[in-house]
Design a protein around this ligand. Structure first.
Ligand code: ZN
Length: 279
């Protein structure tokens, strides 16, 4: 069974009025202000999944700065999951530096069937140690509840693009060290963090850390599938497309030509995320 561990869908209101939402949220504006930045509906995602043979998808919203916008988006995700039974797995958008509100919204989301939190990203400014401190009460709660957190990470070198954050990898490592039992899914191959798992103490600290492939065809050579498999093991890699940014088809083609054995490909394509989410 193929499970896409990283997609985004948006409510009609946001898709039709992107300028208004861009004015309310500078992080959203940084990525989605231009009409060429695609936003998909739940129905478009289902069509794409059917065309490519993806059984289920983790659906994410956006890292809005206002609680009200997170609530609006979460409502759409929960309703979409209810409408398309067994196709979607909801990850909630929460303002993690507002732990009290986030805890209440998490409670509401879990009752509606949500299975995790994310994708959380710091797109406008880099994540600082103060942000990490502010997030700690909520991350403690997530760790206690055994829920996974999908965090946006990116490589800090190379070409610029909308949504490329400037947070140093050290900040993510700070979170990882502070929450050793929290299952952290790092988007976009962890921005290069897998390399550091060659250091024994880093590997030991990152036993609950996973890496997704989101946006890989835009960023890395397809050699990355075998290279990261050697670095951290195929058990820690999750197929995520970042749909509608790139069609899942591109990843399936790259993976097929990667030279990884079928068993490892199956882990990446669904078995790993199924285990994380107890599906
Ligand atoms: Zn991302």
């Amino acid at each position: 069974m193929i499970i896409d561990a990283h997609t985004h869908i948006f409510p009609d209101d946001v898709r039709k009025n992107r300028e208004a939402f861009a004015e309310r949220d500078p992080g959203f504006a940084a990525i989605y202000k231009e009409p060429k930045a695609r936003m998909a509906s739940a129905e478009e995602l289902v069509s794409s999944m059917d065309a490519v043979g993806v059984e289920r998808s983790v659906i994410c919203g956006f890292s809005w700065n206002e609680p009200g916008l997170c609530a609006l988006h979460n409502q759409y995700l929960l309703e979409s999951a209810a409408k398309h039974s067994r196709r979607f797995i909801v990850f909630l958008s929460l303002p993690l530096t507002n732990p009290d509100w986030s805890a209440r919204e998490l409670d509401r989301g879990l009752k509606g069937g949500a299975k995790g939190v994310g994708e959380i990203g710091f797109y406008r400014h880099e994540m600082t140690s103060q942000d990490v401190e502010a997030m700690k009460p909520f991350l403690t709660l997530l760790e206690e509840k055994g829920l996974p957190l999908l965090l946006h990470t990116n490589e800090t070198l190379g070409h610029p693009y909308p949504g490329k954050g400037r947070t140093r990898l050290e900040q993510f490592y700070e979170i990882i060290l502070a929450f050793p039992r929290l299952r952290i899914l790092l988007a976009h191959w962890g921005g290069g963090l897998p390399f550091y798992e060659l250091m024994p103490e880093v590997a030991k600290a990152m036993t609950q850390v996973y890496y997704d492939t989101a946006a890989s065809p835009f960023l890395f050579s397809k050699k990355i599938y075998t290279v990261v498999s050697q670095l951290v093991g195929p058990e820690k890699i999750l197929f995520g497309s970042d749909f509608p940014l790139i069609s899942p088809r591109r990843y399936l083609q790259e993976l097929e030509g990667s030279g990884l054995v079928a068993e490892d490909q199956k882990k990446i394509l669904g078995l790993n995320i199924a285990r994380i989410l107890n599906l």
